[in-house]
Write a protein that binds this ligand. Sequence first.
Ligand code: KIV
Length: 281
Amino acid sequence: MPQHNTEKRTIPAIKKMKKRGEKISALTAYDFPTAQLLSNAGIDIILVGDSLGMVVQGRKNTLAVTIDHLVYHTSLVTRAEPISLVVSDMPYGSYHVSIEQTVENALRCVKEGGAEAVKVEGGNKRFPMIEALLDAEIPVMGHLGLTPQSVNSLGGFKVQGKLKQDALQLIDDALELERLGAFSIILESIPMELAKEVTERVSIPTIGIGAGIHCDGQILVFHDLMGYSRGYLPKFVRQYADINRIAGEAITHYIDDIQSQEFPGAEESYQLKKEISELLK
Ligand code: KIV
């Protein structure tokens, strides 16, 4: 019997969690079995993140991810019918060209992918697009601080909001996102004191990743939390499992069993009835 609340997480339910002081749990997922796992465990929000470019496609950043990739992976996640709210991450280039194209791309996430909301990175430059999405009845999650789609202009994946002017701009952007009607804001890689200030000033939930304990919720990339990533992990990741080791050991064991003819055994093989087997001799 699951211990957690099994009610479907809707946008109003997520917003109510902040009012009640309940912390929001979020994780990324990109496929059906992972979405089932997260839903069964009681995760509140599943983000189909463009981080799939790095952890699934093996790229060095998220820039090459397309709207087709996002729609496809969102459809795999929603096929699991998770209790979690499913948010599609609009990839780089899908909301930068025109308002019309932004809305068309987000509609694909909803209609073809089954997403219940979309996430858009960035502050004031993106507000016209965000307004248009909200006008089209598409709920929007904002994303401020380190916005990985700006990796080239930022000069790397660096902590943001450390200077007074940047911190004040981030607070303004968060207030404007709230005013426009975004239902939540991801705060990525910013000092915890700044995240606290934003969280206290806005009535919508803040979901932190590398933004400290005061956010209304936390999000991590599934592969990072599971120890299923390669290479460098940011300071803010806590690894809760070691899938690379467990899966690596299982695969080595399988290879050994093939070579020593331990696998397959009789219990993993099909057998003819004795009388038919006799006929083959
Ligand atoms: O793409 C992603 O996975 C993200 C977060 C982890 C916030 O944007």
